[in-house]
Design a binder for this molecule. Sequence first.
Ligand code: F6P
Length: 548
Amino acid sequence: MSKLTQLPAWNALWQHFAEAKQLHMRELFETDPQRAERYSLEVGGLFLDYSKNRLTDDTLKGLMQLAREAGLPARIKAMFKGEKINSTENRAVLHVALRNRTNSPILVDGEDVMPKVNSVLARMGKFAHAVRSGEWLGYTHQPITDVVNIGIGGSDLGPLMVCSALKPYGHPRMNMHFVSNVDGAQLKETLKKVHPETTLFVVESKTFTTQETLTNALTAREWFVSRARDEKAVAKHFVAVSTNKKAVAEFGIDPANMFEFWDWVGGRYSLWSAIGLPIMLYLGEENFTELLNGAHIMDQHFYNASYEENMPVLLAMIGIWYINYYGGGSHVIAPYDQYLHRLPAFIQQLDMESNGKKVCVDGSTVNFETAPIIWGETGINGQHAFFQLLHQGTHISPIDLICSLENRTSLPGHHEILLANVFAQAEAFMRGKTADEVRAELAAQGLEGEALEALVPHKVFDGNRPTNTLLMDRLDPRNLGSLIALYEHKIFVQGVIWGINSFDQWGVELGKQLAKTIHAELAGKLASAPHDSSTKLLIERYRRANRN
Ligand code: F6P
């Protein structure tokens, strides 16, 4: 049995829950006019209002006690000190070193990692400057206009999300493309849009063994060489980002064109490393540094602030309250900002690949829920699609509403409508609408008697549905850096509470293994391997459909 459920604070919270679950947020707001003031805080350019949650001072006290009893203080220190907290892979977890702007030494196996971090950042800066200024020329002496990032998972989602989010800061000559899917359709459609003379391919893979990425990179290389008709031209148009120099060289990219990172950077935490090269190419070194600065602000806050005023700890522990006590197994990310449209997908990998586990660090199996199902969409589009379920369905799913106060478009009127919807949704989820309020509304519309009563239950909103509202002063590189780091640390804290290792991902291996054998069968290199009857049937149907 896991140690968590033996902790006094865990059990004390269950006792508190018996009473707390009766509370309605409406009453909590009515009885405490200072609630929003007391349950909100600001870090850098981020403001969090967590007052619209089902909690009281006692809940928060109990949750913070749980964090302490679960050993959070020591785990935070261990991560920042470079201890090998990724126990199943015997690795340190040091995305915080990548944005350690004070440059204080951080040791891994007795070696300070900061000189390596700084040296790769400097190389990236030099290269990005050369490409952006037009000094770096393609094989026909033309400047680069298009960057195609080839990578998947953490080697795709981070750079893709950040480049989309910060489009207004992008270089006007540079078009960014992201190819992750091994379905040839994505690469094919991308290659239609670019010219070999002016395109730079950035092949990103921590391991440089990922089949999807290597297949796409190989096809892109063949496409390029068939047009350039000169193998030597590859050096001007292909660079790699990896921890695996040998595999990069074997693939045919000169290691001089490789940007390095290290095994203590997890894939889904890697956008701050050389994996951020496409970001730097698009936004420039200064803006990339601002992204790092923003993350550093959150790192410092996370490390130093008391838990009661600690944004990542608060979000994490409020999440624990719903997941483990209310049994809410899903969490919605709803950015009210078109530029943040890839944020839900990014957080999905960050959270579900980190904490989607049921075995604790000590090998025991959990007897409680862990990572929620993360899903979402831009909020305003979600309102016209799945918010119905969030308002009146049977699931209780906390929602993060995220928006920027500053209007970044010059189109009049839009931003007020957008933000009015953010605030209205948060209010609606909290207050709901009572049967009496519905009756009064229907009566005002002229309905009465049975016709009125028949409609009442359909129009009632229970309310009491939790939201966190996150306001950014503006969506700029610094605040985006803080926002991403906020979620990284929130997820880390939850992993610590559950006693799991948030930094491995063995769960993706089985499918990869089986796909290798099946691929050999589909490609006609293996007659047949032992399978269940369903898998055999599916393979057979494929073979029949693709027989020449
Ligand atoms: O298969 C999952 C995974 O390992 C992710 O954790 C990672 O972000 C992605 O694949 C890509 O891996 P790589 O960067 O090694 O190609």
